[in-house]
Design a protein around this ligand. Structure first.
Ligand SMILES: [Zn+2]
Length: 120
């Protein structure tokens, strides 16, 4: 509800707990940018909101500082929330960030530096 109030162009919000993006959320870190173009185009920079008990008004308000400058927020120790003009696009953002986090985590296991080659 806080997203709809703050961002009138947001017509859909998807909240879920995809494991790879949630791994970042529970560590309070965001995945690096400038690795894969699709992530930059559809998600871009993400934020991590501070922890509050899920389901409370305080929890809903944790995303308010980020909603106008982001379309995806990692919810500390919980999951993610994405918003867009349609539910399909919001769901795509969830899929894209989780796949991006999964791919990046696998790439790091190869044991070499993952270069940031895209221009910011
Ligand atoms: Zn949840």
């Amino acid at each position: 509800m806080q997203v709809f109030l703050a961002v009138p162009e947001a017509k859909a919000v998807v909240h879920c707990h995809p494991p790879h993006a949630t791994a970042y959320a529970i560590t309070g870190r965001v995945p690096p940018n400038l690795i894969i173009p699709e992530f930059e185009v559809f998600v871009g920079k993400v934020a991590v909101s501070p922890y509050e008990t899920p389901g409370t008004k305080a929890f809903a308000e944790t995303v308010v500082p980020y909603v106008k400058s982001h379309n995806t927020v990692l919810l500390s120790n919980h999951g993610i929330v994405c918003w867009a003009d349609t539910v399909t696009h919001a769901e795509w953002q969830c899929e894209i960030i989780d796949t991006y986090c999964k791919t990046y985590l696998i790439a790091k296991q190869i044991g070499v530096e993952v270069p940031n080659v895209l221009k910011g």
